[in-house]
Design a protein around this ligand. Structure first.
Ligand code: FE2
Ligand code: FE2
Length: 348
């Protein structure tokens, strides 16, 4: 009789194993628990919600720990949100400067606001799931074997933070500006090719040029911020901001709107729009990230092909420092318009 091999059991990670088994078997229960938690949070929010963009931004930033004890808990999400706001603003301003058709009627100040609030739905998610997502006490968790969200938690986290976010935004009205916020919150994980990590995303009919451009901006800005070197999820594979850009170029045309990536480039480096667009078209990987299945290949491609390209190397060496300073002061004005102190968002 074949006996059970216990060799690996002895080395199993008990906490991780337990979480995986329970989450897979009791996924509906886990989801119900999340819903109950969220409803509880919404009861207070409904009372407090004002009307309009300024109220929305201030309330969302308040939830993210503006000046209170929750600050440490939301440190990562706050920095990330401020970064998405910043990158989104630069992309929107550049799209206007280059007179892109997509940028018609675009308001960079609103894109900035959308970036700040895009992940506000996370503040309603139960701490048990967030602890892993945000890497709080991450180093402690690594002692238990690099705690990662399991499949069920990942799905709940991903879908819920977006749908909770849109519910939250709706508390603040239904005007044109609020609808734009809804797009940025609700579609910031929809890829340019209409997929969501390998599966068609909801709403699945939206892809490419059908996606509102401000939603594509949110997606691109979110992507670039999320693969920045300080991000624990990257496991150190991206070693610099230039590496993050190389990765974004890899994903242009598949996951990211190529016009948004090109505008990000022209906003940060001394290069004209047409040249940036051609560079992105030439270096983008035909498969992009293609979900998680070939993420390893995509990493290698961004490292070995994009970063080694002579034109890309030349681009990286030509930072548009003056333009970036000018945008920074425009953003300070934006933040003041929403009653925020940008320095408290740790944008630097
Ligand atoms: Fe998100
Ligand atoms: Fe995000």
């Amino acid at each position: 009789m074949k006996s059970v091999d216990y060799t690996h059991h002895a080395r199993a990670k008990p906490l991780e194993g337990l979480a995986f088994r329970s989450a897979a078997r009791y996924e509906p229960a886990l989801e119900g628990l999340v819903r109950a938690f969220v409803s509880k949070g919404f009861i207070d929010e409904r009372e407090r919600a004002g009307k309009g963009i300024a109220d929305l931004v201030r309330s969302a930033m308040n939830r993210l720990g503006e000046g209170d004890v929750a600050r440490k808990r939301w440190q990562y999400t706050r920095t990330h949100s401020a970064e998405v706001a910043r990158f989104g603003f630069v992309i929107a301003r550049e799209a206007q400067e280059h007179g892109l058709a997509e940028a018609k009627g675009l308001d960079a100040a609103l894109v900035f606001a959308g970036g700040l609030i895009h992940d506000v739905g996370k503040t309603f998610i139960p701490t048990a799931i967030l602890v892993k997502e945000l890497g709080i006490d991450f180093y402690l968790f690594t002692a238990f074997g690099n705690a990662q969200l399991n499949a069920a938690e990942k799905r709940i986290m991903r879908e819920e933070h977006v749908s909770i976010g849109t519910r939250y935004v709706r508390l603040f009205g239904a005007g044109a500006h609020i609808r734009m916020m809804l797009d940025m919150v609700g579609l910031h994980h929809v890829m340019y090719n209409g997929m969501d990590s390998g599966v068609p995303s909801y709403p699945s009919l939206l892809r490419g040029v059908d996606l509102p451009f401000h939603a594509s901006i949110a997606k691109a800005a979110d992507f670039i911020s999320a693969v920045m070197p300080r991000h624990y999820r990257t496991n150190g594979f991206i070693s610099s901001i230039d590496g993050a850009l190389a990765y974004a170029v890899t994903a242009a045309g598949t996951e990211l709107n190529p016009a948004a990536v090109s505008c990000f480039i022209t906003g940060h480096y001394d290069i004209g729009y047409e040249r940036a667009k051609a560079l992105v078209a030439r270096l983008a990987h035909p498969m992009g990230q293609a979900g998680v299945s070939d993420i390893h290949d995509a990493r290698l491609y961004s490292k070995d092909v994009v970063r080694e390209d002579p034109e890309f190397k030349g681009l990286i060496a030509a930072k548009a420092a003056r333009k970036m300073l000018a945008y920074d002061s425009e953003m300070l004005e934006c933040a003041r318009g929403y009653g925020l102190d940008l320095s408290s968002l740790r944008v630097n």
